[in-house]
Every structure is written in C-alpha cells, then in structure tokens.
Design a protein around this ligand. Structure first.
Ligand code: ATP
Ligand code: MG
Length: 335
C-alpha cells in the first residue's frame, strides 16, 4: 500500500511563497473532512483542498496529464526511491479524482516488492501480456487506495526484450500502452515509471512514446545521479540514447529532461561544488536541475519499513526536497 500524511499549512506556504498565517486563516473554516484539526488548529489538509487552493492562487500545473520516466543506466542511484516518493508526494497534492499510475518497468521488480512485499506472481497478467495483445489495460493494473493504480513487475518481464525486437515495435509499443491508459483514465492522469539500470527496449520505447504522444501531456525524463563518475557516465549514456532515438526515428516532440542529484551528502553542499562535478559534461549541465535531494536517513528508514518519506510526516529533508522536485517538474517551462 502507499500511505501518505496530509499536507501541512507550512508546505502550502512554501509553494505559494505566502505567510503561514494567511494560509492558516484560509483553511480555518473549512469543513472537517476537508481539513484535519487538533485543538482548533489545522494540522492536515486533504489533497482536494490543496488542489483547490493552489488553483485559486494561480498554480494550476497539477491539472495536466503527465508521464514521468526515471532512468539511469548506473545501478543504485535512486530511480526506485525517486519513483516511489514522487508517486506518494503527488498523491498528497493532486485531487484524488486524478488517477496516478505507477509503472514498474524493471524486471528486478524492486518497486513492486517495496509496495507489495513480493514480485508479481507468475500467474499475473503484466506489461508483456499487454504488449503481446493477450491482456487489456484493465487486466494489468492493480488498484490501490486513493485512486493509485500499479503495474507490477517480475523477472518474466525480461522477455519484453525479445518481443520489442523490431524498430517499429520500439517506436509504437509503449505509445500504445500510454494511449490506452489515457483513454481509460482520462486527461488528468499522472504516470510515473521506474526502470532497471540498462539501455533496454522498454526505456527506448518509452522515450519514443513520450515524444510522439499528445504534446498537451507533460512529458519528462528524470535522471537521478550520485556525484561519482559511474552515475554521471550512466546519466550521460541515457542522454546519448535519447539523442540517438530522436535522430533514428525523426522524433520532433519536445520533452523535458531533468538530471538531478538524488542523494547529496553534506560534503557537497554548494551549487559551485555541484557545477564543479558536472562541468566537463555539457549535456548534463544543460539539463541540470536546480533541485537536489539531500542524503537523508528517512530514505533508509522508509525503504526498511516499505513506506515512503511522507508516510509518517513531511518534516524531513527528503520529503521537503521531493516536494520541491515535484513542483519543479510540473511547473517547468522550457526557455
Ligand atoms: N536521498 C537519499 N538519502 C539516503 N539514501 C538514499 C537516497 N536516495 C537513495 N538512497 C539509497 O540508495 C540506495 C539505492 O536507491 P534505489 O534503489 O532507489 O536506486 P536504483 O537506482 O533504483 O537502483 P537499481 O539500479 O538497483 O534499480 C537505496 O538503498 C537508498 O537507501
Ligand atoms: Mg531500482
């Protein structure tokens, strides 16, 4: 399951740049059910109330449909951590009428194991069955609470490499999946997808798909990185793959690419130091996100307890940073 704590007044104040007292005053007379109170003080705000307040304040970017892919061919850089916490963080701030679809596209299935304590059982219909025409979108998605839907994974998914062997399959297969999702769930749906650390056909097909799908949908490729050369090279290879795919298939759709540091420890604390790590890599500098996820024990604890950084409370470094990343990705405007 994916449990999240409710949004605090201070979090909304941070997003909108308003004083906490103004936000507090606004929610003071909201009906219970829309907000949670302790001793007459607002201590939690429902996603619907957050959504309405942000929209009324001119922050309507959470209304858009979206596809967010997390990829780096280097292992252990925070792809699954990012997918898990972006999914959870989004569920706190977007209306629960907006479906959130979490896709585990990694045959190692760490995200599936994190949420369900085990890989998808062999009998389950999965992405591979949809791609081979044996299953519909309804067959492969597992409903969770609060309008979150999960596409599970297991080792059988590795055979997708065999079925996506022709260039036309790479170009069209994941596009077919996303179109089926938007057709069933509507145009406020948010898709977040995890990958394994390799340049495989699912990643290639997903990149092709987000280039070709309706441009009104927010389409972002997120590349988490640590500060070592393996992770930076892994990020560089994903950027190169993106470039090759756009050339090979003449893809013209513009997508957002954000390279972000996903586990920054205290030794690297300034922007100058971050730029120093990446300075020789022009492509990464070009796509470097101003948001950094700091190293946080809360991430370790949340993995050990199979929860997320918002489950208990949003008062920890990782929750604050993932909030910032989510807002950055959704409000990002290409210059
Ligand atoms: N912000 C953070 N603070 C502390 N630890 C972190 C942070 N982000 C990630 N980690 C640690 O890094 C490890 C790897 O993270 P994760 O499993 O998300 O990486 P991955 O890229 O999905 O790995 P794989 O390539 O194996 O799928 C986790 O065990 C987690 O504890
Ligand atoms: Mg992973």
């Amino acid at each position: 399951m994916i449990h999240v704590s409710e949004v605090k007044v201070s979090e909304i104040a941070k997003i909108t740049g308003q004083d906490k007292s103004i936000v507090s005053k606004h929610f003071k007379n909201y009906p219970s059910g829309m907000v949670k109170r302790v001793n007459n003080r607002v201590v939690g705000i429902s996603p619907e109330s957050v959504n309405e307040y942000l929209k009324d304040s001119g922050y309507n970017y959470f209304e858009q449909a979206s596809i967010i892919l997390l990829a780096n061919i280097c292992g252990g850089v925070g792809k699954t951590t990012g997918t898990n916490n972006i999914t959870s963080g989004l569920r706190r701030v977007v209306h629960r009428d907006h479906p959130i679809i979490a896709i585990d596209a990694d045959p190692q299935a760490s995200f599936t194991k994190h949420v369900f304590s085990e890989m998808a059982p062999d009998k389950d219909l999965l992405l591979i069955d949809f791609l081979e025409g044996r299953a519909s979108i309804e067959d492969i998605l597992t409903p969770l609470d609060n309008n979150i839907w999960f596409l599970k994974s297991n080792l059988n998914q590795a055979f997708i490499e065999r079925i996506l062997s022709k260039p036309q399959d790479i170009k069209n297969s994941m596009l077919k999946l996303y179109n089926a999702i938007f057709e069933k769930f509507g145009n406020t749906t948010k898709i977040i997808q995890d990958h394994n650390p390799s340049l495989n056909s699912i990643l290639a097909s997903s990149i092709c798909a987000i280039h070709q799908i309706n441009p009104n949908i927010l389409r972002a490729l997120l590349i988490p990185m640590r500060s070592d050369s393996y992770a930076i090279n892994g990020a560089q290879k994903v950027l190169r793959e993106h470039e090759i795919l756009t050339e090979t298939f003449s893809l013209s759709g513009e997508i957002d690419v954000h390279c972000y540091f996903s586990c920054m420890d205290n030794r690297v604390s300034t922007v100058t130091q971050v730029l120093d790590i990446t300075k020789d890599n022009k492509e990464i500098v070009k796509h470097l996100s101003p948001v950094i996820i700091r190293f946080s024990d809360e991430v370790h604890k949340s993995i050990a307890d199979s929860i997320n950084v918002y489950t208990k409370s949003p008062n920890n470094k990782a929750a604050v940073d993932f909030n910032e990343l989510i807002h950055h990705v959704f409000s990002y405007k290409k210059s």
